[in-house]
Design a protein around this ligand. Structure first.
Ligand SMILES: [Ca+2]
Length: 308
């Protein structure tokens, strides 16, 4: 008896088995390709999710850094409080690192109250020549003042419209430093260089020399870099003793320096967080401190900062 699978030698070889084999092979190949695609998609999604988790961790870490700074400013002992002069404090938490700095807003030049010469000094320090610095100061004054009379090199509504802009001068005080972007003559690059040294919160024409950044001190009309270096060196050893003006007998600083502390100081806290996975997030918060209130701090602004 012939085995059922055995073929008669004269019988022609049917192509069905060959075709079936090809189909099976193609199906296996197709399935392998589909499986491979799924693996690749899953891998990409896993990577995306991992990145999102790392970014969320960095954000949470930076925000923890902001609250750590607020806590350090509220301490009962003034000597232990973190100094609001822009110096960097390192803080380790949850496997990551945060670099935190606090800048007292009274160390910055107020956009609404700062003297023209002080603002012009800042723009000159940032690289503008004298003519352009004075023109920009005029444009800022026109943007801010309620009238429509042009300063010598200023800009009011008609100048903005003539330049093709859809808006005119604000004719009101600055409520945020970011509004400076709208002032005619301001460029993105110049804004990036001067914005950290300007404020709308100090409400005075002078700055506190104990906390002012070096760039602000260099903007004081008539001051020279050696005097700024001397002042910074004094400040480093003088701590909170104050009275720096007594050691800096310069008539030029009269009206530009005032060490008086406001009742409710306002600070900008910058926290740059780095997680172990390499994610980075920068949180900037403007915070007002009032130790006499049951809730001794409140946030005026909360934004994402740029990595430096
Ligand atoms: Ca105006």
């Amino acid at each position: 008896m012939r085995h059922p699978d055995m073929r008669h030698p004269d019988m022609p070889r049917t192509p069905t088995r060959g075709i079936a084999l090809v189909i099976v092979l193609w199906t296996v190949t197709l399935l392998a390709v589909i499986a491979g695609s799924f693996t690749m998609i899953t891998g990409t999604e896993t990577k995306l999710i991992r990145n999102r988790i790392a970014n969320a961790e960095a954000q949470a870490l930076a925000e923890a850094g902001v609250y750590r700074a607020v806590l350090a400013m509220l301490g009962p002992n003034s000597e232990d409080r973190w100094r609001p002069d822009g110096r960097v404090y390192a803080f380790s938490f949850g496997g990551g690192e945060v670099r935190i700095s606090i800048q007292d807003e009274s160390g910055k030049i107020d956009l609404n109250r700062g003297a023209d010469a002080f603002l012009a000094g800042l723009f000159a320090t940032a690289g503008l020549d004298e003519r352009d610095s004075l023109a920009l100061v005029d444009a800022i004054a026109d943007f801010r003042d309620r009238d429509r009379f042009h300063r010598l090199q200023g800009a009011e509504d008609d100048d903005y419209f003539a330049a093709g802009l859809s808006y005119g001068a604000k004719d009101g005080p600055f409520v945020a430093v970011e509004e400076l972007h709208q002032v005619m003559g301001m460029t993105a690059e110049l804004y990036r260089r001067v914005a950290p040294f300007l404020t709308v919160y100090s409400s005075r024409s002078s700055v506190d020399p104990m906390v002012a950044p070096a760039e602000v001190l260099l903007a004081v009309p008539g001051i020279v870099p050696e005097q700024v270096d001397y002042l910074l060196a004094l400040r480093a050893v003088a701590g909170e003793m104050g009275g720096v003006e007594a050691w800096l007998p310069l008539t030029s600083v009269e009206g530009y320096f005032s060490p008086l502390k406001p009742d409710r100081p306002i600070y900008t806290v910058r926290a740059e967080a780095h997680t172990g996975d390499g994610a980075v997030f920068v949180r900037e918060a403007v915070v007002q401190i009032d130790r006499n209130k049951p809730q001794p701090f409140g946030f005026e602004a909360w934004r994402q900062g740029d990595r430096q």
